[in-house]
Design a protein around this ligand. Structure first.
Ligand code: NAP
Ligand code: MG
Length: 401
């Protein structure tokens, strides 16, 4: 069987530790034997980031802008401990933060649904996808601790100067000043709309505009405007937009069967994404995609470099690390490439590889992280390499069909 030709490049961002080890196995066993892909490779491994003074991260971000599709392996975000461990020049910034800032993108987290790994919330049948606005609000706020009676005023200076009384303290207390920008909110809304259209899922946005009529109201207004501009695309895709009060949304999500993109303001997204991830079970089944307002995509696993397993691997021990989310980073990128290039055989390959992975787990062949959650229960777990081999066998079978 000849390889399937992929027309345009996929940008590959390599990473660190156990994630990098699995990433290589995935490429060698499940991708490169079947696809002829022009890869634009960037080594974001910590040693190369250090050697290039992190220029490689920016180069990779530029390449994603140019080619529209990237796939990324998990990378170390160094702290002082890592600076020592890898003898680094400094604690380089998080590559994800650099790339997200360059593309002005939004991160969406989507769980992979497997029949025999039931979510803790039994109504959930389809993924609940979370999009978190990652700028402003309490994350870029001014905070102050008042130690004695005080008057608080806000002064707005532009062509004129306006002063507003905020609060009079009779004793100790605290206050905070929040902000956000039209540009950032609009980019967020656009990325959410791009993602919902691309995945053909309903878009939910929630805030508390009944209480915060101006601040939260502004978010609601911008979402409404951006949705209005893409009205025809929504109709074509057969999806809907709904605005909810945040408390209503939380209750509706728990009662729903899933299958929507839930766009959240910064704090709600931070909290809810962890709740939803826990509700679906394993980190090994959580995928993540960065989408820019211009429609550039970078796919990755939501988990990190799985450091503890890597140290075992370095000792020569086999590990049972779950490669599923990393496989789906590749399939996500390959499918998107095929869609943008108009090459259905490439899209088909991505679908087949996902199907092979899911069916392998559903047949009871799974890694250690999933075993405690499996229903019906399974009596053993598989090492990563053996799991990948089982996926490969099934893939070969599906490709022959
Ligand atoms: P982690 O890689 O997310 O792993 C934490 C723990 O979760 C693992 O020790 C393992 O639990 C479990 N786990 C995560 N992914 C798994 C998988 N695929 N299969 C099986 N178990 C899995 O976090 P970490 O080890 O604390 O962080 C390591 C590095 O990752 C850090 O340097 C951090 O900066 C980086 N990081 C990168 C990204 C990214 O690039 N997107 C995201 C998060 C963290 P057990 O040990 O109990 O088996
Ligand atoms: Mg959080």
């Amino acid at each position: 069987m000849g390889k399937i030709k992929v027309k345009n490049p996929i940008v590959e961002l390599d990473g660190d530790e156990m994630a990098r080890v699995m990433w290589k196995w995935i490429k060698e066993e499940l991708i490169f034997p079947y696809l002829d892909i022009p890869i634009k490779y960037f080594d974001l491994g910590i040693q190369n980031r250090d050697a290039t003074s992190d220029m490689v991260t920016l180069e990779a971000a530029k390449a994603i802008k140019e080619y529209k599709v990237g796939v990324k392996c998990a990378t170390i975000t160094p702290d002082q401990e890592r600076v020592k461990e890898y003898n680094l020049k400094k604690a380089w910034k998080s590559p994800n933060a650099t790339i997200r800032a360059y593309l002005d993108g939004t991160v969406f987290r989507k769980p992979i649904i497997v029949k025999n790994i039931p979510p803790y919330v039994k109504t959930w049948k389809k993924p609940v996808i979370i999009g978190r606005h990652a700028y402003g609000d309490i994350y870029n706020a001014f905070e102050y601790r008042v130690e004695e009676p005080a008057e608080i005023e806000v002064i707005v200076k532009n062509s004129e100067v306006k002063e507003f009384k905020v609060h009079t303290f009779d004793g100790k207390g605290i206050f905070m000043v929040l902000h956000n920008t039209e540009k950032s909110i609009r980019s967020f809304a656009k990325s959410c709309i791009n993602y919902a259209l691309s995945e053909k899922v309903d878009l939910w946005f929630s805030a508390k505009d009944t209480i915060s009529k101006i601040y939260h109201g502004y978010f609601k207004e911008i979402f409404q405007e951006e949705v209005e501009r893409r009205k025809e695309d929504f109709e074509k895709a057969g999806i809907n937009y709904r605005y909810f009060l945040i408390d209503d949304a939380v209750a509706q999500i728990l009662k729903s069967e899933g299958g929507m993109l839930w766009a959240c303001m910064n704090y709600e997204g931070d909290v809810m994404s962890d709740m939803i991830a826990a509700g679906f079970g394993s980190l090994g089944l959580m995928t993540s995609v960065l989408v820019s307002p211009e429609g550039e995509y970078e796919f990755e696993a939501a988990h990190g470099t799985v450091r503890r397993h890597y140290y075992e691997y370095l000792k020569g021990n086999k590990t049972s690390t779950n490669p599923t989310a990393s496989i789906f980073a590749w399939t996500g990128g390959i499918r998107k490439r095929g869609e943008l290039d108009g090459t259905p055989e490439v899209v088909n390959f991505a679908n087949k590889l996902e199907e092979a992975t899911i069916k392998t787990i559903e047949s009871g062949i799974m890694t250690k992280d999933l075993q405690p959650q499996a229903y019906p229960p399974v009596d053993r777990y598989y090492y990563t390499e053996d799991f990948i081999k089982a996926v490969k066998e099934r893939l070969e079978f599906l490709l022959k069909e």
